[in-house]
Ligand binder design. Structure first.
Ligand SMILES: Cc1cc2nc3c(=O)[nH]c(=O)nc-3n(C[C@H](O)[C@H](O)[C@H](O)COP(=O)(O)OP(=O)(O)OC[C@H]3O[C@@H](n4cnc5c(N)ncnc54)[C@H](O)[C@@H]3O)c2cc1C
Length: 388
C-alpha cells in the first residue's frame, strides 16, 4: 500500500497556523507524564473549588479534543470536516453519573442526535455507552449471573427500554448506532442486550453495532459464535472493532481477584487478534458490517490492503474507519482523501462533565508514547512545510 498517511498537508488542511501551533504545544505538554499528573490534579482541584478555569480548559485541551458544549456548538466542526469527506459521530461524553434522571437525559440526548443526524448527511452514525443508560453494578450483577431483586429487575427493564427506544429510532431514521465496549466484568450483560437489539432491528443492513475489544483473547470466538446464531436465526451483525481502553484496570482486577486475565499476553498478541478478526469480518461482509476504530497506521494499511485483495470498494458502506476528534488526523483525512468511508467521534458536553474523557485522552497519549511522538512528528513536519 502507498504510504498515504505521510501527507501532512491533507492531514492538517483544516487547521489554521495558530491551531497547528496549539496542537503542537498541547501534544508536547501531554507527552510529559509528570506534567499530566500535576495538571490533572490541579484541574480537578480548581473545578471542584469553583475557580474560574473553564475558559483556560476550553481554549486548550477542550477545544482540541471536543466539538463543543452541546450539539449545536459542534456544527462548525461537523461541517468543516464533512467538506473534506470526513463524517462525524457525535458522542455525548459525560461519564460517571449514576442517577436515573441522568440515564433518561442521556437517552434523550441520543434520540435528539439521531433526529439531528437524520437531517444531516455528515452524521450517518450515532453512539452511546452502556453505562450511559444504566448503572455499572446492575450490568455487573447480571453478567455474574446473580438474581435481581424486584426493584433491580424494574430498573433493568428501564435500561432495556432505553436501548430499545434508541435502536428503534435509529432503524426508522436509518442511522447506524454504535454501542461502546466497557469493562469485561459488566460486558456480558451489555452483549446480551446488544444481541437482542440486533435480532430485532438488524433484519437487513445492520443498524445496531456492538464493540469488540480485541485486547480480549476471547472476542474472535465470541464473534464466530454470534455469527453462527445470526446465520441460523436470520439477523445481521454490526461490529466496531477496537483494541480496548481499560487494559491496566482489567489486569489489576484479575490479579487482585485471582482469575485469568481476559487480556492478551502482550501487544503483539493483541495486534494479531485484531488482524485476524479484521480478516474474518471482511471475508463475511454479506452478514457482518464493520467500523474500524483505531489510530494504528499498520492496522489501517492492512485493512486497506485486505479490502483491495478481496475486491471490496473503498467506499463500500459496510466498511468504515474511525478515529477520535483531535487525534490521528493524518489517518482520517488521508483515508477520506483516497475515497474511504471515515467518521470521527466528536465528543461534546459541559466542560466540567467531560473532564474524565479529557483526562483519559491526556493519559492515553502519555502512556502510548509511540502515538504521541508520531503526532508530534507530523505536526512538526507540517509546521516546517508551512514555514511557521
Ligand atoms: C473511533 C474509536 C472508538 C473507540 N471506542 C472504544 C470503545 O467502545 N471501547 C474501548 O474500550 N475503547 C474504544 N476505543 C479506544 C481503543 O480501544 C484504543 O484504546 C485506542 O484506540 C488505542 O488503540 P489503537 O488501535 O488505536 O492503537 P495502538 O497504539 O496500536 O494500540 C494500543 C492498544 O493496544 C493494547 N495494548 C497495548 N499494550 C498491550 C499489551 N502489553 N498487551 C496487550 N494489549 C496491549 C491496548 O488496548 C492499547 O490501548 C475507541 C477508539 C476509537 C478510535
Amino acid at each position: 500500500m502507498p504510504k498515504i498517511f505521510e501527507n501532512t498537508e491533507v492531514a492538517f488542511s483544516l487547521k489554521s497556523d495558530s491551531e497547528l501551533e496549539r496542537a503542537y504545544w498541547l501534544f508536547k505538554m501531554i507527552s510529559c507524564q509528570p506534567l499530566v499528573r500535576i495538571g490533572t490534579a490541579a484541574t480537578n482541584f480548581a473545578l471542584n473549588a469553583n475557580l474560574p478555569v473553564e475558559g483556560l480548559i476550553r481554549s486548550t485541551v477542550f477545544d482540541h479534543f471536543c466539538g463543543g458544549v452541546n450539539e449545536q456548538d459542534c456544527l462548525p466542526v461537523i461541517d468543516s470536516m464533512y467538506a473534506k469527506n470526513v463524517s462525524s459521530v457525535l458522542d455525548f461524553s459525560v461519564e460517571g453519573k449514576e442517577m436515573e434522571s441522568f440515564f433518561d437525559a442521556a437517552m434523550e440526548k441520543t434520540l435528539k442526535i439521531i433526529n439531528f443526524a437524520d437531517e444531516k448527511k455528515s452524521m450517518p452514525i450515532a453512539v452511546f455507552k452502556p453505562t450511559g443508560f444504566g448503572r455499572f453494578h446492575l450490568y455487573q450483577k447480571k453478567s455474574e449471573g446473580e438474581a435481581f431483586t424486584e426493584k433491580e429487575q424494574e430498573e433493568w427493564n428501564r435500561v432495556v427500554a432505553r436501548y430499545d427506544s434508541v435502536c428503534k429510532l435509529a432503524k426508522e431514521k436509518d442511522v447506524e448506532i454504535l454501542i461502546d465496549g466497557e469493562e469485561s466484568w459488566m460486558q456480558d450483560a451489555a452483549d446480551e442486550l446488544c444481541e437482542a437489539m440486533m435480532r430485532k432491528y438488524n433484519t437487513g443492513i445492520p443498524i445496531v453495532y456492538n464493540t469488540l475489544q480485541l485486547y480480549r483473547w476471547d472476542r474472535l470466538d465470541y464473534l464466530k459464535q454470534l455469527h453462527e446464531r445470526a446465520k441460523k436465526d436470520g439477523f445481521t451483525i454490526g461490529v466496531k472493532i477496537v483494541r480496548g481502553a481499560y487494559m491496566e484496570k482489567e489486569r489489576e482486577r484479575a490479579d487482585e481477584k485471582g482469575y485469568e486475565s481476559p487480556i492478551c499476553a502482550n501487544k503483539a498478541a493483541t495486534d494479531l487478534n485484531f488482524d485476524e478478526t479484521l480478516e474474518y469480518i471482511l471475508r463475511n461482509l454479506q452478514t457482518i458490517s464493520l467500523f474500524i476504530g483505531t489510530h494504528n497506521e499498520q492496522s489501517s494499511y492492512l485493512a486497506m490492503q485486505m479490502m483491495a485483495d478481496l475486491n471490496i470498494e473503498k467506499n463500500d458502506n459496510r466498511v468504515w474507519f474511525g478515529q477520535l476528534y483531535g487525534m490521528s488526523d493524518h489517518i482520517s483525512f488521508n483515508l477520506a482523501d483516497h475515497g474511504y468511508n471515515v467518521a470521527k467521534y466528536v465528543p461534546f458536553g459541559p466542560v466540567k462533565d467531560v473532564m474524565p474523557y479529557l483526562i483519559r485522552r491526556a493519559e492515553e497519549n502519555t502512556s502510548v508514547a509511540g502515538q504521541t511522538s508520531r503526532e508530534l512528528m507530523l505536526l512538526k513536519a507540517e509546521r516546517q512545510r508551512r514555514k511557521i
